[in-house]
Design a protein around this ligand. Structure first.
Ligand code: ZN
Length: 441
């Protein structure tokens, strides 16, 4: 089990700070489901890890959807009756409803109000709104500012463009010894918000950097995609990859101080579900394992009926359950380096665990084998040998009848999974055990 050795507390603190610093850099960029903000974000990610950027042209049919026109925005503001700017996009990109059409017009307050969005019970927060498929325009402002608007004629200006272009996404494949894949997915389509969006990106980047350090058994594929349309486009364009996806995690809202949370895949008992459940139990948060519901992030697409992939979600506070969700209060103070680091370590553990897990066959199942003959018997009797206990070996031998995987042996014995893995490796090296393969999802 590599992470607990490699990712000591000191390293985790350092990596947590690095992740937060990257989030700070990415925070000002105005992202949407298409456009230059996504490209700029992917360009910055590419400086950290060698992602390949793909462009899917507007109008491309992807399953039941069509890749929309590309949206870009340069400037936007509202000027009050006195000619002063009352809302300014350059101060906060959440001020403009995503995918707003260009406009330059004057109108009375009563007309303008139809295009303004606020959060009545949060006086100082700016909401995040989008209208990808509305072909309209709008602004988001704090309730306090909304309340101060005087009657009169307002000047409204949005310098945006909605034209044929493309949808951009980034992909990184870290090849393993087998073509079996672990998919890590995060969305890159939210403007200046930290937990919902940036946290997933920076944890994915840090995870990729660690995984690239040494050869692995599984191939790990990272996709940095715009939410919904991005994962649907990716699924539509990567049909040949899909059968190889054995496990997957969507990373989202992984930076706040809430307890870690795992949402099961649609299958509910896939290996990734069992592994994450084990990790959550070890962390003392087994109440934070949630069943699949067809609402949330891109797991909705990966786990749709036609794909039903073993992809769950790692998060902390669940989207929609914290008031800062989809508002300007989901800012850089809302995510903490140590929480990002904890999420990183859990995602790493998941990958390490599915790589170590497997079903073995006891080659000497008639009675217990003579462990002393192969140097595996602790002569002091029942004590702890170098890396694992004798009891771990006895459990592995006893349950390795070709049906139980190491994880289920750890669960049934109550012995740490890492010790079960170490015991199985020693027994395999001694010729007492043979690996049958990975568990079936
Ligand atoms: Zn969101």
């Amino acid at each position: 089990m590599v992470p607990r050795e490699k990712l000591g507390m000191v390293d985790l603190i350092k990596v947590g700070k690095q992740m937060h610093a990257l989030a700070c850099e990415l925070h000002p960029i105005c992202r949407s489901i298409t456009g230059d903000g996504v490209r700029e974000t992917l360009k910055r990610i590419a400086q950290e890890v060698p992602i390949e950027v793909h462009e899917v042209p507007s109008g491309t049919q992807v399953h039941d959807w069509v890749v929309p026109d590309e949206w870009n925005i340069r400037d936007a503001w509202i000027k009050g009756p006195d000619g002063q700017k009352v809302v300014d996009f350059s101060e906060c990109n959440l001020h403009v409803v995503g995918y707003s059409l260009p406009i330059s017009a004057k109108m009375p307050l009563c007309d303008l109000l139809h295009h303004l969005h606020s959060i009545p019970d949060q006086m100082d927060w700016i909401p995040y709104r989008t209208g990808y498929y509305c072909r309209s325009w709008g602004f988001c402002i704090a309730q306090r500012k909304m309340d101060q608007l005087q009657e009169g004629i307002y000047e409204v200006f949005i310098d945006s463009e909605l034209t044929a272009g493309s949808l951009s996404y980034g992909e990184l494949i870290i090849p393993g010894q087998t073509s079996d894949e672990f998919l890590i997915s995060c969305h890159v389509c939210h403007p200046s918000m930290a937990n919902d969006n940036l946290s997933g990106i920076v944890v994915a980047v840090a995870l990729a950097r660690y995984l690239m350090l040494e050869p692995r058994r599984l191939t790990v594929r990272f996709v940095f995609i715009p939410g919904t349309i991005g994962s649907i486009a990716w699924l539509a364009l990567n049909g040949e990859v899909i059968p190889r996806i054995m496990h997957g995690l969507v990373l989202t809202c992984v930076g706040d101080i809430g307890d870690p949370t795992y949402k099961r895949s649609r299958r509910g008992n896939a290996e990734i579900d069992r592994v994450m459940e084990y990790i959550m139990r070890q962390a003392g948060v087994n109440d934070r394992v949630l069943d699949f519901v067809p609402y949330g992030y891109d797991e909705r697409q990966y786990c749709s009926a036609g794909f039903n992939l073993p992809v769950g979600v790692l998060s902390r506070s669940v989207h929609g359950t914290f008031p800062e969700y989809h508002t300007s209060a989901d800012d850089l103070t809302f995510i903490k380096p140590e929480c990002l680091a904890d999420s990183l370590s859990k995602a790493l553990s998941a990958i390490e665990m599915v790589e170590s897990n497997g079903i073995y066959q006891n080659l000497k199942p008639m009675g217990e084998p003579m462990l002393g003959r192969v140097g595996l018997y602790d002569k002091r009797g029942g004590g702890r040998t170098e890396k694992f206990t004798e009891l771990a070996m006895l459990w592995v031998l006893n349950l390795s009848d070709g049906t139980s995987d190491l994880l289920s042996i750890a669960e049934r014995s109550g012995i740490d999974f890492c010790d079960i893995v170490d015991a199985s490796l020693a027994l395999e090296a001694a010729g007492l055990l043979q690996r049958m393969g990975v568990t079936c999802n």
